[in-house]
Design a protein around this ligand. Structure first.
Ligand code: FES
Ligand code: FES
Length: 178
């Protein structure tokens, strides 16, 4: 049975090792923040961090994720405090929101490598598709998140969730505090 670390929790999945990581996260671990868009590696809605690298979870099997550390949008921060989350809200770079978790994961990986990306670097580093077309606001949000990560700005855009971490974790064992 494939074992991996998800949001800092060791998990063993009693599933076919060829199951795409996306479905293991959504259906078994109840981490539904990771979205299913195209299922063929085009849209990036399913983006997660695997050992810090932004990868499309629809294109990775559980077997390929074996022994690796996966971070989903639920694990990026427990209270929406990650600079990318704050900046996406502050710049209103969210319309329907379906692409947003995947974009946040790509942006977090980009900013971990380069906290001061140019517009061209953002366009090259964020392969995600957004059918609502938030791209101009996205560039502003990512650059703003970078400024916050460099301690040049404080962003207070996103309200804290209206549910405690313990309650939220009740149905999502992969989010339990240890
Ligand atoms: S659902 Fe994975 S890239 Fe679209
Ligand atoms: S905000 Fe709707 S798909 Fe991106």
């Amino acid at each position: 049975m494939p074992s991996l670390t998800v949001n800092d929790h060791p998990l063993e999945f009693r599933m076919d090792p060829q199951t795409p990581l996306l479905w293991a996260l959504r259906d078994a671990a109840n981490l539904t923040g990771t979205k299913y868009g195209c299922g063929v590696g085009d849209c990036g809605a399913c983006m997660v961090l695997v050992d810090g690298e932004a990868l499309r979870s629809c294109m990775i099997s559980l077997a390929e994720a074996e022994g690796r550390s996966v971070t989903t949008i639920e694990g990026l921060s427990r209270d929406r405090s990650h600079a990318v989350q704050q900046a996406l809200v502050a710049e209103q770079a969210i319309q329907c929101g379906f692409c947003t978790p995947g974009i946040a994961m790509s942006a977090a990986a980009l900013l971990a490598r380069n906290a001061d990306p140019s517009e061209a670097e953002i366009k090259a580093g964020i392969p995600n598709l957004c059918r609502c077309g938030v791209y101009p606001r996205l560039v502003r949000a990512i650059q703003r998140a970078g400024r916050a990560m460099r301690d040049l700005e404080i962003i207070g855009g996103a309200p804290a969730p209206g549910i405690g971490a313990e309650d939220a974790a009740r149905a999502v064992p992969a989010m339990r505090e240890r």
